[in-house]
Write a protein that binds this ligand. Sequence first.
Ligand SMILES: NC(=O)C1=CN([C@@H]2O[C@H](COP(=O)(O)OP(=O)(O)OC[C@H]3O[C@@H](n4cnc5c(N)ncnc54)[C@H](O)[C@@H]3O)[C@@H](O)[C@H]2O)C=CC1
Ligand SMILES: O=C(CO)COP(=O)(O)O
Length: 316
Amino acid sequence: MNVAILGAGAFGTALACALGHAQLWARDAEHAAEIARTRRNTRRLPGVDLPETVTVTHDLTTIDAEILLLAMPMQQMRGFLREHADFLAPRILVACSKGVDMELLIGPVGVIEQALPGTQAALLTGPSFAADIARGLPTALTIAARDAELAETLQTRLSTENLRLYRNTDVTGAELGGALKNVIAIAAGMVIGAGLGESARAALMARGYAEMQRLALALGAETETLAGLSGFGDLVLTCGSEKSRNFRYGMALGADADFNAGTTVEGAATARAVARLARERGVDMPITRMVAAVLDGMLTLTEAKGALLARPLTLE
Ligand SMILES: NC(=O)C1=CN([C@@H]2O[C@H](COP(=O)(O)OP(=O)(O)OC[C@H]3O[C@@H](n4cnc5c(N)ncnc54)[C@H](O)[C@@H]3O)[C@@H](O)[C@H]2O)C=CC1
Ligand SMILES: O=C(CO)COP(=O)(O)O
């Protein structure tokens, strides 16, 4: 089965490099032409050459693929699916986004299922920086689909020598792990940026993981999934590295420094969406709530820190 990647950002470009034989679609015609001419995506993934076997296009009608990887920011996905419904619906759609839709309060596979009922949908998620994947460094990811056969088909088709996929049918767990870790990564970045120390970051990661599990359980996910690549694995990567945009964004907020507004920071929208979702479901998620409150200017970082530390002492 042929594969095309829709979305020529950092991650879409990296996946095209890893897969080798693939079509890469960019929504901006000028950007597509630039990548095709230079064989580089300087705007989003500098320093990486595209293999000759990757073709670049801006024209969806030239795409000849049964499997489409959707590699765009989470909040753009609903509109994209609506705009190109006729083209997308008959194919297998693999969401590569991490987040929760701000209006529907569901993850990327849920958004596909709602927009295009009956379409085969899956999620590719887990710990991976685009730059690492593009350079062929060893990476392990989760491919999640409710249909076990589809998960297995995609696992076989999309795994490569250096990109190892594990399959899972717990789509909700995989969606939540990838979305929620970004919120905790912003908080971890704030802690480091504000000089609160690495012990505080470790505490925040562990308590953040506890609230990730609480929400996941309340929404019917399996705790094993949260303990895997898409949850714990990605939490460790994103909270521990300045390569992460979510972590760097948090650091800038913590240090009161500037941050490039054009950067994709999925955890910002997700924090707001999840704070609402948790309230509606009666799930206690104090760190996520504090991140949302700081981002919305309702609390200062110092006030958020004080509120977290002043919570009643409790069992772990
Ligand atoms: N960069 C990374 O290391 C990784 C990113 N991801 C996920 O991949 C998703 C995309 O992130 P990146 O590629 O890094 O972002 P990016 O900021 O590098 O690129 C986003 C791309 O999406 C395109 N886009 C925006 N709105 C669109 C729309 N309405 N229709 C079509 N295309 C649209 C933009 O033109 C841009 O090319 C995010 O959900 C992110 O969490 C997942 C794993 C690793
Ligand atoms: O999802 C990622 C790593 O798995 C990329 O993280 P950032 O979006 O924070 O850069």
